[in-house]
Design a protein around this ligand. Structure first.
Ligand code: ATP
Ligand code: MG
Length: 498
C-alpha cells in the first residue's frame, strides 16, 4: 500500500474551528466597535516586512529578533530573470569580481564555499532547468558574503508596531491631523516553545497613537479604551499594572540603571546565571525574573520611581490622575520594565484569570523615539498589543466561550414539489436573517427530524405534499415538540416575533 502519511498543522500553529471561531469573531467585532468609538482607524499592514525593520524596531539583541523570527531570503526580481541558460549569468560574474577584489575570503573555507556555489550553478545550467533548490543554496551561500546581496532578507512579522511606524513614515502621516490613531489585528509569528497560551502563530489586536501633543491624557485614554474593550468582551479578573520607566537620560533612567547595576553587583553571587549575565547587558531585565529565590533580593533593589527626572515624575503623576478621573483601576508595579532605549515613561500590562503562567493578555507602553529610529521625523508614540489567543482562552475558561451554533430552522422536505417550495422558503427565511438548514437530499421525515435535533435546530419546518397543496405549513418546535400550522407569511411573522 502506498504510504499516504497524514499531514498535521505545523508545531505551534493550529486550526481555529467552529464554534470557537464565533467567539473570535465576537471579540474582533467588539474591538472594531470600541476602537471606532475612540476615533481609531484600522490599518492592515503586510505580514512580510524587511528583516531589518524588526532588527531595528524590536532590537537585534532581543530573543524575538535573535532567535524567534521566521526569516528567509526572497530572490530579487533580477534573479528571476536569470539565467539565460547559455551563460553563467551575473552570479558567477559577481563571485569572480569579489574574489578579485578580495572581498571573498581567500582562505580555504571561503574558496570552498565559492567552489560549491559554482558547482551548483554549473549543475543547474547543465540540466538546462532552473532548480529552485539549487537557487536557494546558491543564494544562501551568497548571503554569507557581505555586500553581495542577490536576495532580500524578509521576515514574518513577530509584532506589528514596527509595521505601523513604517507605514506612518511611508505614507507621510505626519501631515495628517495629529495624533494619528490606528489599530490592527492579525497573526504574528515567533518561533517559541509552544505551550498553553504560547504559539508560534498567534494573534494580536493592537493600537498605536502616533504624533503629538505631549499630554498624559493620551496615555490615559488609550488605557481607558483598552479596559473598556476587555470589559465589553466580558474578560474576568483583569488587573492593570502600570509603571513609568522615565526616559533615556543621565538624570533619569540611565542614572537609575547605573545605580541598579552597582547594587546588583553587590548581590551577584546570590543571583542565577541569567540575571548575572543581565547585570552587564540589561540590568532592568533582572526585574523581570520569576525565579523564586531571586524575589527577596529583588525586593530590596532601588526603585525607578525614586530616580525619575522632574518631567517624567510629573508625567507619571498626571497619567495616574487622569486614570483616576476616568475610573480606571490600576496598581503600580515598579518591576514592570522594557529593555529598549526608545521605550519611555508609561508602561503597562494587563493580566487575566485562567491562564496559568502565561497570564499576560496585553502589554503596552510609550515609545517616543521609535519613528525617528526608523528614519521618520521625531514623533511621539504609544500603543499596546493584546494577545488574542490568551484573551479567548481566558473567556473560555470563565465560561464565556461560544456555544455550538445551532440552526433556527431545519427544513424537512419530501417530494419534488415540496423541494421547490423548500428552496424558496429557505431563501425567504435567510433573507430575514434566520439561519436555515436545507438538506441537500430527500430524507424521510423521521430521519430529517433526527438530523434537525443533532444540529441543535430550534424549529423544523415540515414540507410535504399536503403542506404544499394546502399552503398551510407545519412548524415544529423541537424543544417542546409542539406543532402548529401556519401560512408562509404567518410563519415569517411568528419567527420574527420571537
Ligand atoms: P510573554 O512575556 O508572555 O512572552 P511578551 O512580552 O513576549 O509576552 P509582547 O511582545 O508584549 O509579549 O506581546 C503582547 C501580548 O501578545 C502578550 O501579552 C501576549 O498576550 C501575547 N503573546 C506574545 N507572544 C505570544 C505567543 N507566542 N503566543 C500567544 N500569545 C503571545
Ligand atoms: Mg515573549
Amino acid at each position: 500500500m502506498a504510504n499516504k502519511s497524514k499531514f498535521q498543522a505545523i508545531r505551534g500553529t493550529r486550526d481555529l474551528l467552529p464554534p470557537d471561531t464565533a467567539l473570535w469573531n465576537r471579540v474582533e467585532q467588539t474591538a472594531h466597535e470600541v476602537f471606532t468609538t475612540y476615533g481609531y482607524g484600522e490599518i492592515r499592514p503586510p505580514i512580510l516586512e524587511p528583516t531589518e525593520l524588526f532588527a531595528r524596531a524590536v532590537g537585534g539583541d532581543t530573543d524575538i529578533v535573535s532567535k524567534e523570527m521566521y526569516t528567509f531570503i526572497e530572490r530579487s526580481d533580477e534573479l528571476d530573470l536569470q539565467p539565460t541558460l547559455g551563460d553563467l549569468g551575473p552570479f558567477l560574474q559577481r563571485v569572480k569580481e569579489l574574489q578579485e577584489s578580495g572581498q571573498v575570503p581567500r582562505d580555504p573555507v571561503g574558496l570552498e564555499l565559492v567552489e560549491a556555489a559554482r558547482k551548483d550553478v554549473d549543475a543547474m545550467l547543465r540540466s538546462k532547468q532552473k532548480s529552485d533548490e539549487a537557487w536557494r543554496k546558491i543564494i544562501e551561500l551568497i548571503m554569507l558574503f557581505d555586500g553581495l546581496k542577490l536576495g532580500n532578507d524578509i521576515s514574518l512579522r513577530p509584532e506589528a508596531t514596527a509595521s505601523v511606524c513604517r507605514a506612518y513614515i511611508e505614507h507621510n502621516m505626519q501631515q495628517l491631523p495629529q495624533p494619528v490613531k490606528l489599530y490592527y489585528m492579525g497573526p504574528m509569528f515567533r518561533r517559541e516553545r509552544p505551550q498553553k497560551g504560547r504559539y508560534r502563530q498567534f494573534y494580536q489586536i493592537g493600537a498605536e497613537i502616533l504624533g503629538g501633543p505631549d499630554a498624559p491624557a493620551i496615555d490615559a485614554e488609550l488605557i481607558e479604551m483598552l479596559m473598556t474593550f476587555f470589559d465589553k468582551c466580558g474578560l474576568q479578573g483583569t488587573e492593570l499594572s502600570i509603571n513609568s520607566i522615565g526616559h533615556a537620560a543621565d538624570n533619569c533612567r540611565r542614572g537609575y540603571v547605573s545605580l541598579l547595576r552597582a547594587e546588583l553587583e553587590k548581590v551577584k553571587d546570590k543571583l542565577g546565571a541569567d540575571s548575572q549575565r543581565r547585570i552587564e547587558t540589561n540590568p532592568l531585565r533582572v526585574l523581570d525574573s520569576k525565579l523564586e529565590h531571586e524575589q527577596a533580593i529583588i525586593a530590596t533593589l532601588p526603585r525607578i520611581a525614586d530616580h525619575l527626572c522632574d518631567e517624567c515624575k510629573a508625567h507619571y503623576a498626571a497619567v495616574k490622575h487622569e486614570l483616576e478621573q476616568r475610573g480606571v483601576i490600576y496598581r503600580e508595579n515598579w518591576r514592570l520594565v522594557r529593555g529598549l532605549d526608545y521605550y519611555m515613561r508609561t508602561t503597562f500590562e494587563i493580566t487575566a484569570q485562567g491562564l496559568g503562567s502565561q497570564n499576560s493578555v496585553c502589554g503596552g507602553g510609550r515609545y517616543d523615539g521609535l519613528v525617528e529610529l526608523l528614519g521618520g521625523p521625531p514623533t511621539k508614540g504609544i500603543g499596546f498589543a493584546i494577545g488574542e489567543d490568551r484573551l479567548i482562552l481566558s473567556l473560555q475558561e470563565s465560561g464565556k466561550g461560544a456555544a455550538p451554533q445551532g440552526r433556527d430552522v431545519y427544513i424537512a422536505w419530501m417530494g419534488e414539489r415540496a423541494y421547490a417550495t423548500a428552496i424558496r422558503a429557505a431563501k425567504t427565511l435567510r433573507k430575514a436573517g434566520f439561519s436555515v438548514e436545507l438538506p441537500a437530499t430527500e430524507l424521510k421525515f423521521g430521519k430529517a427530524l433526527e438530523r434537525a435535533s443533532k444540529l441543535g435546530s430550534r424549529f423544523a419546518l415540515i414540507l410535504g405534499d399536503n403542506e404544499v397543496q394546502s399552503g398551510e405549513w407545519t412548524l415544529k418546535n423541537l424543544a417542546t415538540s409542539e406543532q402548529q400550522k401556519l401560512t408562509e407569511q404567518a410563519l415569517l411573522d411568528y419567527l420574527k416575533s420571537l
